[in-house]
Design a protein around this ligand. Sequence first.
Ligand code: SF4
Length: 321
Amino acid sequence: MSETLLRVENLKKYFRVRGSFTKKVRAVDDVSFEIFRGTTLGVVGESGCGKSTLGRTILRLIDPTSGRIIFDGRDVTKVKGKALREYWRNAQMVFQDPHTSLNPRMTIASILLEPIKSYRIYVEDEEKFLVEQLEMVGLGKEHLYRYPHELSGGQKQRVAILRAIIVKPKFVVLDEPTSALDVSVQAQILELLKNLQKIYNLTYMFISHDIAVVKYMSDAIAVMYLGKIVEIGDADTVFFNPLHPYTKYLLSAIPIPDPKMARDRKKVIIQGEPPSPINPPPGCRFHPRCPFAMDICRKEEPPKIEVEKNHIVACMLYAKK
Ligand code: SF4
């Protein structure tokens, strides 16, 4: 039976709007899910939907407004000091842009030794250890004493990934880890992440705006819109049997190489840009853009409906009449 590593319950992260006592950005608004050990949950949505804030809040890089984060059976929502450091050792993050996430003044060796020293991990022969680690991510001894600017984008992201996993965490949040890279390098980095997951039994939360990449990487998919999860389920189910109009829209934006299949595909076209999370629309937040919106959608927030096992959607179209 699958064992839950991370459970998030009703998580909220609101930011105060500068210059206003009342206005708040509801970046993450009542989000709940769990991730099983050794699996990947993909989180997909347009930029600004709150997916990066969700990752950072779960890792306690920013404090949640309310809700609970249960990691490996322990409530880490409010832990501080030593307990927070212990959590950070087990829960790491890889950022989108390797060009800015690595300190340009440090050699690759110093960058990789920093977490080792910070968590007081004993290593007998540092150079031998680092070379073995670099080889795990497709780099070698020749990269050890170079500076980040001497590496390509893909090589830098390999170093950033290694820095996150060098302390042997259980969980890694991957925040758009390939979107700053050349297309030719993206597939190699995704493959590397999959291999490392197998070797170390890592659990991932994979954040991306690209639902095709999310499908390739994930066991389960959560679709986010304006701070809320609107659909969540097994990756195959969400990808091949999407229910929420927004998920259908994301899927219809994937290019299909076969012109006949592309013609036959039912496209969901939506209008405009997502509204501001400062003052989200009442009822269903997607209603101003939804081609299926009904009167009730403008007034009431859609409930979370378990349409089939492990497949939840928040949409009035599936509410019992
Ligand atoms: Fe569209 Fe209504 Fe469903 Fe929202 S609840 S996605 S507006 S049909």
